[in-house]
Design a binder for this molecule. Structure first.
Ligand SMILES: [Zn+2]
Length: 330
């Protein structure tokens, strides 16, 4: 297997708390021998589990980036047993400019695993994370939110495998995290996600979708931070003292028919709000056409019954944009 060309400027094996950069060689007009600096924090003490914490997989999702920046600052080596490896801006070029995908190669990091050591910068980052970091980890967090275009109710996410012991374990982790909703996504193999990368490495992975619309909701950030700390305590890496107990989690499944898409280009006004329970066929909203003022607005309907867990954060839509999505009550 070809080794990653991304190198860390400090030794991950070193005990204590260290911050530095994973250096991604990037030779361009303005910098012939330059590298892209992906921030990495390592906090290591004693013997225990190794946990990889990722945010900024999508650069416009800020709740996780703020949570991991706070934890990197607050947690000291003596607070932990084991090893935390924190990447607050996993796809650094995207996170630097606040875009979902990388501005230098259009790479969507959560579609690119297992990556490619000789590929585009985003492919190289995916390869580095999977082969150099996940390979030494016992557990991985990948913290997401709705980003600039969506807004989510606070939720943990995982992959559905109904009735399996793996799903029971995932649900137990989601209950410990304690976000109000637990979304179990049906997924097709070959999605290139961090879930698949974690599965290839034989380690559990827990994700989130917490808020969005291009800002940081302080209550959601708090849910994220206490959730991560509760799971770290469950793994024996931190102590659980002082942490509030997790609130009850409502589990929902997410399938293809949970998604409502724009049928036309226009302006969308939703008829259902986050948290509403809707039935199949209910009105989801209207797309308006101010450019053709006498055109009748187009009604959009739900294709399934469930709870509205995600909404588009901007009114302007193009055919094919996700407007709302549901979670089905399990
Ligand atoms: Zn995301």
């Amino acid at each position: 297997m070809t080794k990653s060309r991304i190198s860390l400027d400090f030794d991950l094996a070193k005990p204590g708390k260290h911050a530095g950069y994973a250096r991604l060689p990037y030779s361009v007009n303005r910098s012939a021998y330059g590298w892209l600096p992906i921030p990495v924090v390592s906090i290591k003490n004693g013997v225990g589990k190794t946990v990889l914490l990722l945010s900024g997989t999508h650069g416009d999702e800020y709740e996780g980036q703020v949570t991991l920046t706070r934890l990197a600052l607050q947690l000291q080596a003596e607070d932990i047993q084991g090893h935390l490896i924190i990447l607050p801006m996993a796809n650094y070029p995207a996170a630097k400019v606040g875009h979902r995908v990388s501005p230098i190669d259009e790479g969507n990091l959560n579609r690119l695993y297992p990556g490619n050591p000789s590929g585009s910068p985003s492919e190289r980052i995916a390869h580095f994370i999977e082969t150099e970091l996940m390979s030494r980890a016992d557990f991985v967090f990948d913290l997401h939110s709705g980003g600039a275009s969506l807004n989510y109710l606070p939720a943990t996410t995982s992959v559905a495998s109904t009735g399996s012991s793996a799903e029971a374990e995932r649900r137990a982790l989601m209950s410990t995290f304690g976000a109000p909703y637990g979304l179990l996504f049906s997924s097709a193999p070959g999605s290139g996600s961090s879930s698949e990368a974690a599965a290839r490495n034989g380690i559990p992975r827990l994700g989130t979708e917490l808020g969005g619309r291009g800002w940081v909701h302080p209550a959601y950030r708090e849910i994220c931070e206490s959730g991560v700390l509760r799971v770290l305590a469950l793994l024996g890496v931190t102590k659980s003292e002082g942490l509030p107990p997790p609130p009850e989690v409502r589990f929902l499944s997410v399938d293809k028919d949970c998604f409502v898409y724009a049928p036309e280009n226009g302006l969308f006004e939703a008829s259902a709000m986050l948290g509403d329970e809707v039935r199949v066929g209910d009105l989801a909203g209207y797309v308006y056409f101010p450019e053709s003022p006498l055109r009748v607005p187009e009604a959009v309907h739900f294709l399934a019954s469930g709870v509205v867990v995600c909404e588009r954060a901007v009114a302007m839509c193009e055919r094919g944009d996700c407007l709302l999505h549901l979670g089905k009550v399990i």
